[in-house]
Design a protein around this ligand. Structure first.
Ligand code: ADP
Length: 493
C-alpha cells in the first residue's frame, strides 16, 4: 500500500466541537487512516467553544496574520494547531473571530435559527484552507471534504485555483453525511463567495432552483463522492424523498459514488473501558450493566424493576429523527410497563412536544433537553432498548453504540440502520441483533416496540439478542481500509 498524504476537512471534530455524527467520524477516521500508515492532517474552524488550554492549541509562526482577498474584502486570520487527544493527528484551526467566535456552530442556541452569514463563514473556511496548504508547503494526494460546509473546496480548486500547479496532484473526495443539509443560499452573495456570475445559470453546478447550493457544487466538482452507508448511497439516487432534489445530479455521478458505513471508535464507545459510566462491563459480566441502569434510574428518580425495560433515545431533535411518529403512540407505549429516558436538543417544536409528553408521564418518562456527552454514555449503558425511528438515517452511530452496549436497538429499515441492524426472528435460529420496522408509520413503530418489550420479558432470548449485538465489530480500522482502497483507485485513474 502506498503511503498517502491526506487532508481531512470538517466543520466539526470530536472532541473539539460536536453537534452530531460528523464530529465522531472526523475524530476517528483520521486516526484509523494513520494506523494504516498514511500521513493525515485535519483542518477545522476554531470555534469559541474550543478550549485552547485544555487541548493545547499553539500558534504556528508561519501561519500568523495571513491576509487574503476574499469576496472583495481583505481578511486577516491565524491558524493554530493541536493534536487530536491521544493521537498524533495534527489538526489545524482556522482562527477568524468574526466568523467563528459564537455560541453555536451553525445555529444560534437562543433562537435556534441558522446564522444568517453561514454562506460567508463556510466559503471563507473552504478558501482559507487552500491558502493554508500553500503556506505550509504541504501537498496532499487526497483532500477529503465533508458535507456542504466544505462543498466549495472542489469548486474553488476547479475555478480560482484551476491553473495553480501547487494543487495539480491533489484529488478531492466529498463525503455526504446527510443530504438534507445542502447549504442553500440566496444568489445575491455570489461575488462575496467568489462564484462568478458566468458560472451561475439554470442547471449549472452551483445553481439550485435559482439559489446557490454548496453541496451540489461539491458533488459536481469532486473527483469522487462517498456517503456513509451502502443503502443510503442507493436511496439518495433512487428517490426524491431521499435525494432531496439532488437525486438526478447524484445519478449522473453514479460511477463515482459509493457508500461506506461509518465505524465506531471503541476507545470512546466501549462499555468495558468507558470512563463516563459508573460500572464497566462486557458480555460475560453483563450483570454489571444493570448497575448502570440502577444509577440512571436513580438519577431520574424512577424505581428499578427487573421486569420493566428502560427505553432510551439520544438524538438531535429534527424532523429526520421520527419524533412525529413517536408522539402519536406515546399513550400506547405507556400502556405497557416501560420507562423512558430521552436526551436531545434541536428544533423548538420538539422541545415543546417532548416537555408536554414528559408532563403527562412524569412518573415514567424523563426528558433532558440539552447536549450532554456524559449522559449519552450513561443512557447507552443503562437502557435496555434504544429507539431510532428515523425517517432517514444516512449511517447512524447510536445504533452501533447500542449494539456494543447490549442495548437492543429498535430502528426503522432505512439508510445505515438497515445495513447494521438485523431483525430478531426466533424462527430463524435466533439470528438478529435488534428489531426493525419498515414503513414510516406510528403503527409499525408500535408493533416493533411491542415485539421488543415482549422479548425483553423472556430473559434467555433477550440475552441471545444482546450477545448477537455485542459480538458485532464495526471498528474504524476495517472502514479505513475501504477508504484507503478508494483513495488508491482515484489516484490510479
Ligand atoms: P446524526 O449525525 O444525524 O446526529 P448519528 O447517530 O450519526 O446522528 O450521531 C449522533 C451523535 O451525536 C452520537 O454520538 C450521539 O450520541 C450524539 N448526540 C446527539 N444528540 C446528543 C445530545 N443531546 N447529547 C449528547 N450527544 C448527542
Amino acid at each position: 500500500m502506498k503511503k498517502l498524504k491526506i487532508l481531512f476537512l470538517s466543520s466539526e471534530v470530536y472532541p473539539f466541537a460536536k453537534t452530531g455524527g460528523l464530529a465522531d467520524v472526523s475524530g476517528s477516521l483520521p486516526k484509523a487512516l494513520k494506523e494504516l500508515g498514511h500521513e493525515i492532517r485535519v483542518i477545522m474552524p476554531k470555534y469559541k467553544m474550543i478550549n485552547e488550554r485544555k487541548y493545547v492549541l499553539r500558534e504556528v509562526i508561519r501561519l500568523k496574520d495571513i491576509t487574503i482577498d476574499f469576496g472583495g474584502k481583505k481578511i486577516t486570520f491565524n491558524v493554530k494547531s493541536a493534536f487530536i487527544p491521544d493521537s498524533k493527528i495534527q489538526t489545524y484551526f482556522i482562527d477568524y473571530k468574526k466568523y467563528f467566535y459564537r455560541d453555536g456552530l451553525y445555529t444560534d442556541p437562543d433562537t435556534k435559527k441558522d446564522y444568517p452569514d453561514n454562506a460567508l463563514r463556510f466559503s471563507f473556511f473552504s478558501r482559507s484552507v487552500l491558502e493554508t496548504l500553500k503556506l505550509l508547503f504541504w501537498q496532499p494526494h487526497i483532500i477529503h471534504c465533508n458535507d456542504w460546509q466544505t462543498g466549495l473546496v472542489p469548486f474553488y480548486l476547479n475555478t480560482i485555483f484551476k491553473d495553480d500547479s501547487f494543487f495539480k496532484k491533489s484529488y478531492t473526495v466529498l463525503t455526504i453525511h446527510n443530504l438534507s443539509y445542502q447549504g442553500i443560499f440566496d444568489n445575491s452573495i455570489l461575488d462575496k463567495i467568489e462564484v462568478s456570475d458566468s458560472l451561475f445559470y439554470p442547471g449549472s453546478p452551483v445553481e439550485y432552483f435559482g439559489k446557490i447550493n454548496f453541496l451540489k457544487a461539491g458533488i459536481c466538482f469532486a473527483d469522487y463522492i462517498t456517503t456513509v452507508s451502502e443503502n443510503y448511497a442507493k436511496e439518495i439516487q433512487n428517490s426524491s424523498e431521499y435525494g432531496c432534489g439532488l437525486e438526478g445530479v447524484l445519478r449522473e455521478k453514479s460511477d463515482k459514488l459509493t457508500g461506506i458505513l461509518n465505524g465506531v471508535d471503541y476507545s470512546v464507545w466501549n462499555p468495558e473501558t468507558d470512563k463516563y459510566i459508573p460500572e464497566n462491563y462486557n458480555y460475560s459480566t453483563l450483570k454489571k450493566k444493570y448497575k448502570n441502569k440502577l444509577f440512571l434510574l436513580k438519577k431520574v428518580g424512577f424505581e428499578y424493576n427487573d421486569n420493566v425495560p428502560l427505553i432510551g433515545v439520544i438524538s438531535r431533535l429534527t424532523d429526520q429523527k421520527g419524533f412525529d411518529i413517536l408522539v402519536d403512540i406515546i399513550d400506547e407505549i405507556f400502556k405497557m410497563d416501560v420507562q423512558m429516558v430521552i436526551l436531545g436538543t434541536g428544533e423548538k417544536k420538539y422541545h415543546k412536544m417532548l416537555s408536554e409528553m414528559q408532563k403527562r408521564f412524569s412518573e415514567r418518562m424523563k426528558v433532558f433537553l440539552k447536549f450532554d456527552e456524559k449522559l449519552a454514555h450513561l443512557i447507552e449503558a443503562g437502557c435496555d432498548i434504544f429507539l431510532m425511528p428515523s425517517k432517514f438515517e444516512p449511517s447512524g452511530l447510536n445504533q452501533l453504540y447500542s449494539l456494543k452496549y447490549g442495548t437492543v436497538p429498535v430502528v426503522r429499515k432505512t439508510g445505515g440502520l438497515a445495513d447494521s441492524v438485523v431483525d430478531f426472528n426466533s424462527s430463524m435460529d435466533g439470528k438478529g441483533n435488534g428489531f426493525i420496522f419498515e414503513k414510516y408509520s406510528s403503527r409499525e413503530l408500535l408493533e416493533a416496540i411491542k415485539r421488543a418489550v415482549e422479548c425483553y420479558r423472556d430473559s434467555k432470548t433477550w440475552k441471545k439478542i444482546i450477545k448477537n449485538g455485542m459480538k458485532e465489530d464495526f471498528s474504524w480500522l476495517s472502514v479505513a481500509k475501504k477508504y484507503s482502497k478508494l483513495y488508491e483507485k482515484i489516484l490510479k485513474k
